[in-house]
Design a protein. Structure first.
Length: 593
């Protein structure tokens, strides 16, 4: 791989000389600003060899660098070794921004910086332009994609068939959703909207696909005006059933590559374009007035209807059954030996696949034993795989797509004796996890205002984690869903009843172990007073939390009560679906502490 990366960078530099470009920047996104992207658009991974979900690669004639966040520091350092790329650790003191680095590397003079305008959000291009402007004489070239020329075996854009997501799981018709979208667009003083985010399109039209690994979406654009709607996608993806369905809900179809021309042909009225999501090329293609504002769809999609909420509950029960069967099996398997990170991943996936409505994983399983648990987004491979021993901690972060819901759960499991440091860290993480779920808060508060609650037990001990505490979860859609988040960085999206969000604090001791505990939660009404409406969390995830590493005296009475009540609920919900030794294991795992 490292030799391949060296050859690819050499080919890129030759292409750059031919085009008169001094630097080229590769983001991690695609034309739809996706977090997880089809192979066709994995240009940053192809040029650098780094396969994490987030990062930016920059190549000049002499140097190359890759920026990524704390989730991937350890993995990126290993994957970039032996390549031209230097790791840049985001949010670490002394790490330059991309613009600062380009200024230092390229020096004085006039410089042309290349980027593919189809895979950069319009706001990102403008932000880079503004940052570079006071630093030197830089011009951005956005019309080229060098990968078209140098990536000789580049995968094709996916052409998998689209399927209809039935009303029994969606809970609201596409016609109703389109009417709500049109009303929201009018309220923003626009006549039309271009929807480019794949999960927004799938939700609006009640359709799903298999174009993106672990995310049930399909590659398309959706143009919604006050009178009609057009879905731009590859014709091979539209089956006779889907074609008839689209006609019923008033949606026409056109080729995927016809969207630019369609935007250019709009000469009257105005169109809503979200510069944070719509790519630079499409943002500049509109022939009419552009209204810049966030799309109304993510906020609509984030609040689940009763059908979706009931679907989550059913999906979580089946997922919980699979988890209990796995944990019961694991306890015996560790004693027998011969298991590894890769083998337990396969076992858990197989148990989930037995469940009704299973449609695949919601993300690649993170099974990190001992030191690998300290790598936040570690994914075991045949090369990195290690055997599990009857001691220490296993961090297991996993989830599945079911036709009625998406799951995301992390459990840290003691495989045998653990040391005092591991016990203390585990208990502190659990305290943060519980404190957040016990919280009552005003309707409309944002996740940044709640974040410190989960971190406070850790901060008191001088500990912290750099990833977010929680993210939204889709309804048989993307496992990461906005606009709301719970994290230290300011994210103003308000929290409302009906939203789902995860609770996943963690601590990672590099080279030793990691601890993370995660439930998916539903935000529900708490009470209304003279001071307004207040909300609370309901845990949707149904799986025991390992009590063996806990230092009981570190838990408050309220925290202990919460844990016992949670385990009682888990036992009540899952027991009817289990029997024999698995039911016996569940009762033992959920007994009071």
């Amino acid at each position: 791989m490292r030799n391949d990366v060296n050859c690819r960078v050499a080919a890129l530099r030759l292409w750059m000389r031919e085009k008169g470009i001094d630097a080229f920047i590769f983001p991690s996104t695609d034309p739809h600003n996706g977090e997880y992207v089809p192979d066709h658009w994995k240009g940053r991974e192809w040029i650098s060899g780094f396969d994490g979900s987030a990062g930016t690669a920059v190549v000049t004639a002499e140097k190359a660098a890759l920026w990524t966040d704390s989730r991937y520091f350890i993995a990126a350092e290993e994957q970039l070794r032996g390549t031209p790329f230097v790791l840049m650790r985001e949010r670490i003191a002394g790490t330059p921004s991309v613009a600062q680095w380009l200024t230092d590397v390229l020096g004085v003079g006039s410089h042309r910086v290349g980027l593919d305008g189809m895979v950069w959000a319009a706001a990102s291009v403008e932000g880079l332009r503004k940052e570079l402007q006071p630093l030197g004489d830089f011009s951005l070239v956005t019309d080229f994609d060098p990968l078209d020329d140098i990536w000789t075996d580049r995968p094709a854009i996916p052409q998998h068939p689209i399927v209809v997501h039935p009303m029994e799981f969606a809970g609201e018709s596409a016609s109703s959703k389109l009417a709500r979208v049109r009303e929201a667009v009018r309220a923003l003083h626009a006549d039309a909207v271009l929807v480019t985010a794949l999960d927004d399109i799938a939700w609006t039209l009640n359709m799903r696909g298999t174009d993106v690994h672990c995310n049930p979406v399909f590659v398309a654009y959706l143009l919604v005006t006050q009178d009609n709607a057009v879905l731009f996608t590859n014709a091979a993806k539209v089956t006779a059933e889907v074609s008839g369905y689209l006609r019923e809900v008033g949606v026409a179809t056109a080729g995927y590559d016809q969207v630019v021309g369609a935007l250019a042909s709009l000469h009257e009225g105005s169109i809503l374009l979200d510069p944070m999501v719509v790519n630079h090329r499409l943002f500049g293609a509109a022939g009419c007035e552009v209204v810049t504002a966030p799309s109304p769809i993510p906020a609509m999609k984030a609040v689940k209807n009763e059908t979706e909420i009931n679907g989550y509950r059913h999906a979580m029960e089946r997922d919980g059954v699979a988890m209990v069967k796995f944990l019961c099996w694991l306890e015996k398997a560790i004693k027998r030996g011969r298991e590894s990170e890769v083998s337990i991943d396969r076992k858990l996936t197989a148990l989930r696949a037995e469940q009704e409505g299973y449609r695949g994983l919601s993300f690649d399983t993170i099974a990190g034993y001992a030191a690998h648990g300290a790598i936040v987004h570690y994914e075991a491979t045949e090369e990195s795989d290690v055997p599990l021993q009857p001691e220490g901690l296993l961090l297991l972060d996993s989830g599945a797509q079911y036709v009625d819901g998406t799951t995301d759960i992390t459990r840290t499991i003691a495989l045998g004796p653990v040391n005092e440091c591991q016990q203390k860290v585990y208990t502190l993480v659990l305290k943060g996890h519980i404190r957040l779920q016990m919280l009552k808060f005003p309707d409309g508060a944002c996740g940044s205002q709640l974040d410190a609650i989960a971190r406070s037990p850790l901060w008191e001990e001088g500990l912290n984690f750099l990833h977010g505490t929680g993210h939204g979860v889709g309804s048989y859609l993307n496992v990461h869903e906005g606009p709301h988040q719970i994290r230290m960085e300011w994210k103003p999206a308000p929290l409302h009843a009906g939203m789902t969000v995860t609770d996943e604090p963690g601590i990672y001791v590099e080279g030793e172990f990691g601890v993370r505990i995660e439930n998916t939660l539903l935000i529900t009404p708490y009470r209304t007073t003279a001071f307004g409406s207040f909300l609370q969390f309901e845990p949707l995830t149904l799986c025991p939390i390992d009590t063996t590493p806990i230092i009981p005296e570190l838990l408050s009475d309220e925290e202990r009560t919460w844990l016992n009540n949670y385990h009682q609920m888990v036992a009540e919900r899952l027991s009817p679906h289990l029997e024999g030794e698995e039911l016996k294991w569940l009762r033992k795992a959920t007994r009071e502490i």
